[in-house]
Design a protein around this ligand. Structure first.
Ligand SMILES: Nc1ncnc2c1ncn2[C@@H]1O[C@H](COP(=O)(O)OP(=O)(O)OP(=O)(O)O)[C@@H](O)[C@H]1O
Ligand SMILES: [Mg+2]
Length: 258
């Protein structure tokens, strides 16, 4: 089993502690959701897991496949099977979606086997076509420059397409639902659901219960002030939608906000 095990994670940005002892295990085959107020460190967690250099780990470990991944470079983490969909994806003008995906697949293959000559083009075309069909994406999308002039919803679909073609074992989706219209939300969620299975563990970071109606999570966690303060099943997300976060602030001894 390739679980992702986060132990007592402390992370600082520019000397300010943001994550303050976070513990979480994402099992392969399970879907975990993290909710929580703005600025509590959800994206910080996602970036730290992928190895963004601005995020300084001051304490703690993250285990995946027998390694403390905090000691690995971002590309090594990706080659191990970690995938992160960003809250704000960057544009890569001059590189088409198809080329980007082929390079990403080839880089991973090469990391696993230095002798690998890359995915044969016909096989890649077939794979891309099949995945785009699942996500109900127009085939012309593959020929566009990655994220260049993409609408918010198109960016999110492009991210899920990356996830579908790379077939990671742990995927972290940071607000993949933000800015999606209702149809796009459903399609993206169906895309995630289509990839669900015993070989994929997912962490969905979201503000809204709505996406969780489509991607029915096994566990829901609430993050506040750099820690997980509450965990439960899907009913926890419904409770938050109705009651907000103040009851949790009070429970944890923090002042309630308006
Ligand atoms: N590069 C940075 N420099 C300085 N402060 C940062 C930086 N990145 C994040 N922070 C601060 O870290 C805290 C946590 O930010 P983070 O983006 O992880 O929150 P979040 O839970 O994802 O919020 P949201 O729900 O709004 O996406 C915030 O106070 C933010 O201002
Ligand atoms: Mg965020």
């Amino acid at each position: 089993m390739s679980d992702l095990v986060i132990k007592n994670l402390h992370v600082a940005i520019e000397g300010k502690e943001i994550l303050k002892g976070l513990n979480l295990t994402i099992e392969q085959g399970k879907v975990h959701a993290i909710m929580g107020p703005n600025g509590t460190g959800k994206s910080t967690l996602a970036y730290t897991l992928m190895g963004h250099p601005n995020y300084e780990v001051t304490e703690g470990e993250v285990w995946f496949k027998g390694q403390n991944i905090l000691e690995l470079e971002p590309d090594e983490r990706a080659h191990l099977g970690l995938f992160l969909a960003f809250q704000y994806p960057v544009a890569i003008p001059g590189v088409t979606v198809a080329n980007f995906l082929r390079m990403a697949i080839n880089a991973r293959r090469k990391a696993q086997n230095p002798e690998d000559r890359g995915i044969p083009i016909p096989e890649f075309r077939r794979l891309l076509k099949e995945k785009m069909k699942t996500l109900q994406m127009d085939p012309s999308f593959a020929g566009r420059y990655l994220n260049d002039g993409f609408s918010g919803g198109e960016k999110k679909r492009a991210e899920i397409l990356q996830m579908a073609t790379l077939e990671p074992e742990i995927a972290i989706l940071d607000e993949t639902d933000s800015g999606l219209d209702i149809d796009a939300l459903r399609i993206v969620s169906e895309g995630v659901n289509a990839l669900r299975g015993p070989n994929l563990g997912v962490l969905v970071i979201t503000h809204y219960q709505r996406i969780l109606n489509y991607i029915n999570p096994d566990y829901v966690h609430v993050m506040m002030d750099g820690r997980i303060v509450e965990s439960g099943g899907p009913e926890l997300a419904l409770h938050l939608e109705e009651h907000g976060y103040n009851w949790l602030r009070e429970k944890n001894g923090a002042p309630a906000t308006a």
